[in-house]
Design a protein. Structure first.
Length: 387
């Protein structure tokens, strides 16, 4: 494999400029993340509800369904996945753990990831202003906040610099292209011009200048619609980005941790089959318009009209999100159990699951390929279908 891109340098490690995005529930765990790391990239484990990869933990969670028990079992699952990924990566690349700020147990998940041997913590779904405190005692763990526009980057940098801390890299996610929960206030706001990559990069370099930071001090990683060699070349060679983050294109690889039905559903979806909607976490989201989502969107208005705050409406009983439209009776956002629906997608249950997916075409169309082939295309443009 040969490419002309500069390496991504994190904590003295020279890596390929490819970061695999964190995808839950169970979509990116030890198998996928370690495969990306073996290609000398950043492989990422999504920390959300990894119980679903471990039959003994699932069985244990049915005996005692308390929130404390669920949280403990999920931390055990995260410990297993991180240790397995580090071992299977064979000393190459990096293993990161993505922790959503919107998850109630996020501080404990960060600590567990650090204790288990993760090389980096990636945090989005809210401003990670207190992430440096969460990793206290683990100075070797790199920190990657996920943000979508320069204003948020400015806020995080100013707050962290007061603590004598800088991010090791910043992931800039474009909400009009990425999958999953998106960094805009409304669905209508996803296409706002302030999220355009070239604009955000230019404004961020100005923020660096005003704060006295060198342009190359903090690598900037572009996420959302970047599984395209020409886009990667533009981002790295013209705009000044240091790397790209890719999610869906890795989710559908042979090494992806989810069921084959999940991979086929994502790989086979294009155009109008991909829709945006308001999730239960109070953020817009993007996914495949599966039978569940079609049915839900038809009933959304009636469900929102009948929203009421009642913990018993939490169908999984795990109280997983800091804010939940279903549990908290928030009538402007989603009215379904996010954990239940993402777990069904992980198992490949097309009629029941919520299948997050990016907006853009995949390198190999509806084909399932390997991580190695995917990385080769992203770095060289070779072997992809002509699309």
């Amino acid at each position: 494999m040969h490419n002309d891109f500069k390496p991504l340098t994190i904590r003295g490690r020279e890596l390929i400029p490819i970061v695999q995005g964190g995808m839950g529930v169970g979509i990116s765990a030890s198998s996928l993340s370690s495969a990306v790391a073996r290609e000398n990239g950043v492989g990422t484990i999504a920390s959300v509800d990894l119980r679903h990869l471990h039959e003994d933990l699932l069985a244990d969670s049915k005996i005692d369904q308390s929130e404390e028990k669920y949280d403990r079992l999920n931390r055990i699952a995260l410990d297993r996945e991180v240790k397995a990924a580090v071992e299977k990566s064979e000393g190459r690349g990096m293993i990161a753990v993505n922790v959503m700020k919107a998850v109630k147990d996020h501080p404990a998940l960060v600590r567990q990831a650090c204790e288990s041997g993760a090389h980096a913590i990636v945090m989005g779904a809210g401003l990670p202003l207190d992430l440096p405190e969460m990793v206290e005692g683990h100075p070797d763990v790199a920190l990657f906040p996920i943000l979508s526009e320069s204003r948020g980057i400015n806020i995080v940098l100013k707050r962290w610099m007061k603590k004598n801390k800088l991010p090791d890299a910043i992931v800039i996610e474009h909400p009009n292209h990425a999958a999953g929960h998106l960094g805009a206030a409304t669905v209508a706001g996803l296409g706002d011009a302030r999220f355009e990559f070239d604009r955000v990069l230019e404004e961020t370099f100005e923020v660096f200048k005003k704060l006295g930071l060198e342009r190359e001090k903090i690598p900037l990683i572009l996420a959302g619609g970047m599984a395209n060699f020409d886009k990667i070349s533009t981002a790295l060679n013209q705009w000044g980005a240091s790397a790209v983050q890719v999610g869906t294109a890795f989710a559908v690889t042979h090494e992806g941790d989810a069921h084959i039905n999940f991979k086929n559903t994502l790989a086979g979806a294009e155009g109008e089959q991909i829709v945006e909607f308001m999730s239960v976490a109070g953020l817009p989201a993007r996914g495949v318009n599966t039978p569940f989502l079609k049915s839900y969107l038809k009933r959304e208005e009636a469900l929102q009209a009948n929203a009421k705050a009642d913990p018993r409406r939490c169908t999984q009983g795990i109280n997983c999100l800091t804010q939940c439209g279903l549990r908290d009776g928030l009538d402007k956002i989603g009215q379904f159990c996010i954990d239940l629906k993402l777990a069904a997608a992980f198992r490949g249950e097309v009629n029941k699951g919520l299948f997050f997916r990016g907006k853009d075409p995949l390198p190999f169309g509806n084909q399932i390929r390997s991580v190695k082939e995917t990385v080769e295309y992203l770095l060289t443009g070779q072997t992809a279908l002509n699309r």
